[in-house]
Write a protein that binds this ligand. Sequence first.
Ligand SMILES: O=C(O)CCC(=O)C(=O)O
Ligand SMILES: [Fe+2]
Length: 251
Amino acid sequence: MARQNTTAQQDTTTARQDTAVPPPAEAPEATDQPSPVSTDAIWRLPVTVCRITQFLGERTADALLERAVAATDDAWQPSTIRDHELVPDFRSSRSHQDFTAPELMSAIDEVVEAVEHTLGVSCRYTEPDYTLNVHNDGDFYRAHQDSTAEFSPRRLLTFVYYLHRTPRPFDGGELRMFDAALPLHTGTTGAWQEHTWRDWEPEHDSIVFFRPTAWHEVRPVSCPGKRHADSRFAVNGWLCAPDPANARTRA
Ligand SMILES: O=C(O)CCC(=O)C(=O)O
Ligand SMILES: [Fe+2]
């Protein structure tokens, strides 16, 4: 047990006692009494998020937003989860699979080394995989992980880049990042209602990076006018480990 320095310095009697050889410890009696020490302790570790604002700069971001707004109507599909399942009360938004943003990918390349160091991941030889997602009035995405041992384990780093018109034409839509709950004793992660979190604003021209195993959600969006151009736009993707199925076989 820690003791206060001041007491140790002022009280010489105590100091001498501290250095004396203690009497031999008696062997503890064997007992069937359960220990009163709680084994339900949980470490709550704030999850690390790397966030950069004004990431591409006004001109590039505004041009990207206009491209996103103008993206052809027929390529928008209701967003899916996991194995392309449609689960409207878990995820409500629309996704555009064919949207390309090479200027965003180059900018990510420029910062990825700093992000790797901060998050403790290595993205060597990874390939980006991304979609454009829009959330309009009433849309949301409930708490999930982007990768687990079973689903999409090749995703090594998540990025989400936000775009919207100014002033922000919607309310809500924060990215909620849950703190990691690490059990001292395996087998318990605590009740879901006890989890703690931090919300991040989906600010135009900002980007966040986090580990794909982190629990996160998109809070419901309120956009009463329901105009497509007033949506919360996000280019959301991952840096993925190469698919072993595509590896060249040795000659
Ligand atoms: O749009 C966001 O803030 C996050 C979206 C997300 O979590 C996802 O698409 O997996
Ligand atoms: Fe996600």
